[in-house]
Design a protein around this ligand. Structure first.
Ligand code: APR
Ligand code: ZN
Ligand code: ZN
Length: 367
């Protein structure tokens, strides 16, 4: 029986247990998981910030090898290495046709349901169904996922790197390259330099930003941010108010400010830090009851600022995963540097506890 890390109650550590994983149904595949990153959104489920039906296999940043094909899957083969997309993307719905694959009507429903495309999960324990996070559940030795949620990568790409692409890189790099309108020479601010924020930084650099101001409360995270391309660093706990500091550094404010934590206060700061006509991009996932205080007359009208959300880096995964894997292969995307620790499935609770420490960008479970 495969092992999986499951959440059984909000606030409790994950339990490592044996689970049953049924055969893939039509349009599904079985994956032997190779690696899974531990992302802040996993912790958000444990904390109750992201609500899903429990018990549930957590994990949504994974890559593995296909071991079984469900009926009708003819674009993938047994043995293929695939990155798991936590929004399966059908390619033909209203949103996919408009290049908004991250909003795929088929995949979004599944992603929120705790199950796959038919809203049911293939995982159970002692006959009791166990949900899977985000149509995936990558904290498990085996997973069944929709075939439209798998993107083949070259076998030369390590599965650890593939896993990181699956959430943090698609989200962060995509926020800079797909969601935001960064122009060559722009000044950007990135508030929150964890696994996702570091990818916003390398995406912003790729998009041509000249000045990248990293904001974080932990000096260790800021030191890593510099390695990923930050040109200036601000630690509000020692440097004082982040908005004032960014104004001092830029004169008129940033062209684009990214919030990559998920807090109302820092989202408001992101908007305050942008210049007239600038853009604030929300990447972090706030709790569902978070409300903002915005002055529409000044901020949105007179100063013509934009505030926009960014779901999954506005990514078309079938286009962007191979593109990112190619950048990694040619030495133009830092993925190995993101992986601060390789752990076993048993270490997942410690990895979540360590997320706040300066040394850890991403912990990656290797199966
Ligand atoms: N001001 C500045 N930085 C902060 C603050 C704050 N008030 N609070 C937290 N941080 C920093 C932390 O020090 C950490 O470096 O934000 C960073 C968050 O990083 P991680 O915990 O590694 O989270 P990550 O996986 O990067 O996800 C960030 O994106 O996908 C979403 O759900 C995810 O909301 C989460 C966000
Ligand atoms: Zn994630
Ligand atoms: Zn679709």
């Amino acid at each position: 029986m495969p092992k999986a890390a499951i959440a059984t109650a909000v606030g409790s550590p994950l339990e490592i247990v044996d689970v049953d994983v049924a055969d893939p149904k039509a349009g599904e595949i079985r994956i032997q998981m190779g690696a899974s990153g531990v992302c802040h959104s996993d912790l958000s489920v444990v904390n109750g910030v992201l609500p899903i039906a429990l018990p549930a296999v957590l994990g949504h940043e994974g890559a593995g090898t296909i071991t079984q094909l469900g009926e009708g899957v003819d674009n993938l083969s047994i043995g293929d290495h695939v990155v798991v997309s936590w929004v399966p993307q059908c390619g033909v719905c209203f949103h996919c046709e408009r290049d908004e694959g991250e909003l795929c009507e088929v995949g979004s429903m599944a992603s929120m349901s705790g199950g796959l495309l038919d809203m049911t999960s293939r995982v159970s324990r002692d006959g009791v169904p166990v949900s899977v996070m985000a149509a995936s559940g990558t904290f498990a030795e085996e997973a069944i996922i929709p075939a439209i949620g798998a993107v083949k990568i070259d076998a030369s790409i390590p599965l650890t790197a593939g896993a990181l692409i699956g959430c943090g890189v698609l989200t962060g790099f995509g926020a800079a390259v797909n969601t935001a309108s960064i122009r060559k020479g722009d000044t950007v601010v990135v508030i929150g330099c964890g696994g996702v924020g570091l990818n916003v930084i390398q995406g912003a650099k790729h998009a041509g930003a000249e000045r990248i101001i990293a904001v974080d409360m932990v000096d260790g995270k800021l030191a890593t941010a510099k390695k990923f391309g930050a040109t200036d660093i601000v630690n509000p706990s020692t440097d004082g108010d982040a908005v004032a500091k960014v104004m001092e550094l830029t004169g008129r404010g940033a062209d684009v400010a990214f919030e990559v934590i998920g807090l109302g206060a820092t989202i408001e700061q992101a908007l305050q830090m942008t210049r007239r006509g600038g853009q604030a991009v929300i990447v972090g996932v706030p709790s569902f009851d978070t409300m903002l205080s915005i002055n529409p007359a000044m901020d949105l009208l007179v100063n013509e600022k934009q505030i926009r959300g960014c779901w999954y880096g506005s990514s078309n995964v079938h286009r962007d995963v191979p593109m990112l894997a190619g950048l990694y292969s040619s030495g133009n995307l830092m993925l190995d540097e993101l992986m601060s620790a390789q752990i076993s499935l048993d270490g997942v609770n410690d990895a979540m506890a360590n997320m706040g420490s300066g040394e850890i960008a991403r912990s990656v479970i290797v199966f």
